[in-house]
Ligand binder design. Structure first.
Ligand code: NAD
Length: 511
């Protein structure tokens, strides 16, 4: 069911696609795949280019659907959804040909010098995509674009909370000229997702929570289905002693409250050097108090509602747990029932510790807990004290210092002097470590996830029997030893002796 989270209005009701319907869609996608693949990258890129133009033409309409269905401010629907998708199409169109083409490989092993090597990147076939509600357009779009340009056909199971925008995505691909059955959307809840997982897909790209991701991984392991898992995060922000307090506090407020904190990459924990802690906290509180909360369709709105009551309750529980353990609420900490059913005030907490749920579990809501530290080592230890490892940010006037520290922060992405925005860098691989997931999407490495690697080794000497074939014997062993000495012995003398002994060897008859 699609509901406007700002008002509670039911936008449309949907029946979940059945197991049978999912299987049927996958079968049709499979039948359509060879012809789509045979078009070649350039013709597929032409479809993506048209998709990009159509999306550009309809940007306002698409952004409005996103805002109505997911609640985020219209400006964010444009920047973090439409613009991200446009740029992802641009990346695929510009780069796929170069990144997917055959690669010639030189063989170093002397015995293999008589063969040419080539790496081929072949589409998997049918890629299944299961996506969440928080970025209901940019996530399935960026993943679909990469899968399609690589020659796969695609079946998307969007979140049951955001089916309308997923159907808009299907319309865009079809209008852009994607042949029939190349791209499908199967709306439905977790049972439709489970049906997709059990269907005849060749790979699954899953984005969602850690518990669902673990269930998916178990089921996929049973049939050795390759999966990419883009899961939750608890991203730390490290504000070093030389950071610009005004810039860093603005970054913290945006990073924590963008999409009402419902971003896998949002700032979930903030650690600030003791020397600037007080000034930083005061700046954050003062800026949070200026945020305008309301319906995302109002262009003046900075922060919209949460997606639904369940998500709001998780936030409330975590804030209450923190308060009970001694945290101080400097602003927020309450529902804003006068605005609508799912509004929660942007909240700043201090006096927090790692014993509190708010510092350990994904909150996925508008809360910024801030904690002081004394040394860079302590900051890194706190940042790494988490089961998650999606992204992190380091704030310092000295970019080099930030880069050096990034080496010891355990995360898939580290940003210096910005947070959360890395999802908008189409060239940047996006993926987490630890419980935040397996594999990646976006950029060159995301494209690599959409292809199987095949190696073709072709012998230059088709009429020659290979020296390592049967039959073995003392003479064979001597000859192999000479060859091995020639390439691998410690001293030049040994290698030369090996070369001399090798010359003229291997004349014995092979079977
Ligand atoms: P969720 O795990 O509840 O659902 C994700 C998707 O999985 C939905 O489409 C849902 O219908 C489907 N699903 C549920 N049960 C299933 C099952 N048994 N089999 C197959 N599919 C099933 O997550 P959510 O609440 O929609 O999204 C929020 C979570 O997603 C957060 O944890 C957030 O951090 C994470 N997320 C991660 C990234 C990333 O790139 N790492 C991006 C966005 C969101």
């Amino acid at each position: 069911m699609s509901v406007n989270p700002a008002t509670g209005e039911i936008l449309r009701e949907f029946d979940s696609a059945s197991e049978h319907e999912v299987r049927d869609a996958v079968a049709r996608a499979r039948a359509a795949q060879p012809a789509w693949s045979a078009l070649g990258v350039r013709k597929r890129a032409a479809v993506l280019k048209e998709f990009q133009f159509l999306l550009h033409d309809k940007k306002a309409e698409i952004a409005a659907v996103i805002t109505r269905e997911a609640g985020k401010p219209y400006a964010e629907a444009l920047t973090t959804e439409v613009l991200v998708a446009l740029d992802s199409a641009r990346f695929c169109v510009e780069n796929a040909h170069g990144l997917l083409r055959e690669e010639v490989v030189q063989h170093g092993n002397l015995a293999m010098k008589t063969k040419s090597g080539r790496v081929l990147r072949e589409p998997y076939g049918v890629i299944g995509i299961i996506s969440p509600w928080n970025y209901p357009f940019s996530i399935p779009t960026t993943e679909s674009l990469a899968a399609l340009i690589a020659g796969n056909t695609v079946v998307v199971k969007p979140s049951e909370l955001t089916s309308l925008i997923a159907l808009e995505l299907a319309k865009l691909f079809h209008s852009a000229g994607a042949p029939e059955n190349v791209f499908h959307v199967m709306v439905g809840d977790g049972s439709t997702g489970a049906a997709l997982l059990e269907s005849d897909i060749d790979k699954l790209i899953f984005t969602g929570s850690v518990p669902t991701g673990k269930r998916i991984a178990q089921a996929a392991a049973a049939r050795l289905l390759p999966v990419v898992l883009e899961l939750g995060g608890k991203d730390p922000m490290l504000v070093l002693d030389d950071a610009d307090v005004d810039v860093a506090s603005s970054g913290a407020v945006w990073g924590a409250f963008v999409n009402a904190g419902q971003a896998c990459l949002s700032v979930e924990r903030c650690y600030v050097h003791r020397s600037i802690y007080q000034a930083f906290v005061e700046a954050c509180v003062q800026k949070v108090k200026q945020l305008r909360i309301g319906n995302g369709m109002d262009p003046e709105t900075d922060m919209g509602p949460m997606i639904h009551e369940r998500q709001l309750r998780i936030v409330e529980e975590q804030v209450n747990d923190a308060k009970a353990r001694g945290a101080r609420v400097l602003t927020g900490g309450t529902r804003l029932t006068n605005l609508g059913p799912n509004f929660y005030a942007p909240t700043v907490l201090t006096d927090v510790t790692h014993a509190m749920r708010i510092m350990r579990e994904e909150t996925f809501g508008p809360v910024l807990p801030i904690m002081p530290f004394e040394t860079d080592e302590e900051a890194v230890a706190l940042a790494n004290d988490s089961e998650y490892g999606l992204a992190a940010s380091i704030w310092s006037r000295d970019t080099g210092r930030g880069k050096r520290l990034s080496a010891v922060v355990a995360a898939g992405t580290v940003q210096i002097n910005d947070a959360t925005s890395c999802f908008g860098i189409s060239e940047a691989p996006h993926g987490g470590i630890k419980s935040s997931g397996i594999g990646c999407t976006h950029g060159r490495f995301g494209l690599e996830e959409m292809v199987r690697i095949k190696y073709v080794a072709a012998d230059y000497l088709p009429r020659m029997k290979k020296v390592w074939w049967y039959r073995y014997g003392r003479k064979f062993a001597d000859e192999i030893e000479s060859l091995v000495d020639f390439q691998f012995a410690r001293t030049l003398g040994q290698r030369l002796r090996g070369a001399i002994r090798s010359a003229g060897s291997f004349r014995g008859k092979r079977l």
